[in-house]
Design a protein around this ligand. Structure first.
Ligand SMILES: Nc1ncnc2c1ncn2[C@@H]1O[C@H](COP(=O)(O)OP(=O)(O)OP(=O)(O)O)[C@@H](O)[C@H]1O
Length: 301
């Protein structure tokens, strides 16, 4: 672990005023986000709000249009940061008709750490075993992945990411596209990972099934963070409409706070959406400025 000059460990992930997009198009902007070791953070937001782009951006799979990304205090993405970050993409299943065992798929997660042409070492096999155990798929290790349910396949992909022993596991909609029973199994798997203090960043539409897993929620709206804090009850089972309502409440609160000449701070978890909704500093009100810097640990439940 890298240690900051002051001696304190940096957050595992730190985004400062980060923006991401595609070509000329900026989709996510001005994101300040810190994830500390052991935190389990859900990224919520309605369709098209930029959740996947945020994940892809911090992994270096979408273009960074501004700001900075750091993993463990070092600029990311880098070779090192990629190794430390496990990624389970959205709606991906394993298949293609070629019979492959669960163990073979999980073992591919180990490849970035292995030297070419060198057979798997004992620690490689142990990491694969541990990953299979972590997602409760050890007893299926020799089965053909194409014959597993969608939920089981998703668990195999989580295990593949875990096989590289990442510090941070990033999952995009892990519960999407599987039946209710499989979603429950996956939620249990994630809860088991959470119990082992795995650091998780999970994009999800529905945080309800993950209520026991995540300890913090970040809500995106139109590519900006409008909430970063505890998983408040309004967010559980939040529909797109509920998220829109939260944003409107946030906007009204900010207006109210501003109207009262900053007598009070926004309630915990509410992040200033100052670009769109808050007045910018003017010659008349030079003090009217709301830095976006946010310290998540002050917002934990
Ligand atoms: N490869 C791409 N090229 C150009 N624009 C893209 C690309 N991928 C996504 N976008 C656009 O970026 C915006 C945000 O998409 P993104 O997938 O990040 O949202 P999301 O919140 O994850 O949505 P959903 O919940 O539907 O998955 C959308 O308007 C989308 O059209």
């Amino acid at each position: 672990m890298t240690t900051a000059p002051g001696g304190a460990a940096p957050p595992l992930l730190r985004l400062q005023r980060a923006g991401f997009g595609y070509g000329e198009r900026v989709v996510v902007r001005d994101v300040d986000l810190e994830v500390r070791r052991g935190e389990r953070v859900a990224v919520l937001g309605s369709n098209g709000s930029g959740k996947t782009t945020l994940l892809r951006g911090l992994l270096g799979l979408a273009a960074r249009t501004g700001g900075t990304v750091e993993v463990d205090g070092e600029p990311a993405p880098s070779r090192r940061s990629r190794r430390r970050t496990g990624y389970v993409p959205q709606a991906m299943t394993v298949g293609g008709g070629v019979p492959t065992t669960v163990r073979e798929v999980v073992s591919t997660g180990r490849l970035p750490l292995r030297r070419p042409w060198v057979p798997a070492r004992r620690e490689d096999r142990a990491a694969v075993d541990a990953a299979l155990e972590a997602v409760d798929m050890a007893e299926h290790a020799h089965e053909d992945v194409t014959e597993l349910s969608g939920g089981q396949q998703r668990r195999v992909l989580i295990a593949r990411a875990l096989a590289a022993e990442p510090d941070l596991l990033v999952l995009d909609e892990p519960l999407a596209g599987v039946d209710a029973a499989s979603a429950l199994g996956l939620a249990r798997t994630l809860a088991a990972l959470a119990a082992r203090d795995t650091t998780l960043l999970v994009v999800t539409h529905e945080v309800g099934p993950l209520a026991d897993v995540v300890d913090r929620a970040v809500v995106l709206q139109h590519g900006r963070v409008v909430h970063d804090g505890p998983l408040v009850p309004e967010l559980l089972g939040a529909s797109d409409e509920a998220l829109e309502r939260l944003q409107e409440e946030s906007r009204l609160r900010h207006q109210h706070v501003h109207h009262h000449e900053h007598e009070t701070s926004p309630p915990p978890g509410w992040v200033s959406d100052h670009r769109e909704h808050r007045p910018q500093p003017t010659a008349d009100h030079p003090e009217c400025h709301h830095p976006g810097t946010h310290h998540p640990e002050t917002h934990r439940a």
